[in-house]
Design a protein around this ligand. Structure first.
Ligand code: COA
Length: 185
């Protein structure tokens, strides 16, 4: 997979390797990690997510959802990165910053640290003028990352995610936004 790689004080945001598929499938099968998704992913769906969605995004844009490695530590803790969202909604197309880490990597500030590097890349290298992030209102851990990044929410931006089934408890989403001047780091 070709693509830019980023580094922070403690982390390496890198392109994916074959060896990432197994630990990625393990975190995608963890019901706690996947509590705010419609379903945990099977090994097959987890592999497809990397091969059919993450890899083509890197091929097309040169960046995407990076595999995250702790420097001098765990070679794979999950992903943090950027995805162009084009599903029908009032704010799309939009570049989304997102994260999904294995449980052992929670509580260290890794998602926020990696997301700052991804947002810097979006503004300074990819040249976009806004980055968004979205989740279900009950995903307090993810909303806390958005708030640590000083992303801001306007309730008027809340929306029903068209890829979540009608009437599903996770269909309602909140939207957070950040512009280059909103960076505080
Ligand atoms: C969302 C998710 C990545 C958040 O993980 P997280 O560990 O809470 O967030 P961060 O990596 O930013 O870490 C922040 C925590 O690390 C703590 N921390 C410890 N050492 C730290 C350090 N050196 N620097 C910064 N923070 C540190 C912070 O105090 C904070 O803990 P707190 O919430 O108890 O105050 C994680 O819950 C997850 O993967 N969830 C499942 C997937 C998911 O829902 N993704 C989003 C879908 S929209």
């Amino acid at each position: 997979m070709r693509g830019t790689e980023l580094s922070t004080q403690r982390l390496r945001l890198r392109t994916w390797r074959e060896g990432d598929l197994e630990p990625f499938a393990a975190l995608n099968a963890d019901p706690v990690v996947m509590a705010h998704f419609v379903d945990p992913l099977t090994r097959e769906l987890s592999d497809e997510f990397v091969l059919d969605r993450i890899r083509p995004h890197f091929d097309e844009h040169g960046y995407g959802l990076w595999a995250v490695e702790v420097v001098g530590g765990d070679p794979f803790i999950g992903f943090v990165g950027l995805t162009w969202q084009t599903f029908p909604a009032h704010f799309t197309p939009a570049l989304e910053v997102g994260w999904r880490l294995q449980r052992s990597a929670w509580g260290h500030g890794f998602a926020t640290e990696a997301a700052r590097a991804a947002i810097d890349f979006a503004f300074d290298t990819a040249g976009v003028d806004e980055v968004v992030s979205m989740t279900s209102p009950e995903n307090l851990e993810s909303i806390a990352v958005m708030q640590r990044l000083r992303m801001t929410r306007d309730p008027a931006d809340d929306f029903d995610h068209p890829r979540v089934p009608d009437h599903h408890r996770l269909r309602r989403h909140v939207l957070y936004r950040i512009i280059p001047a909103g960076r505080t780091w």
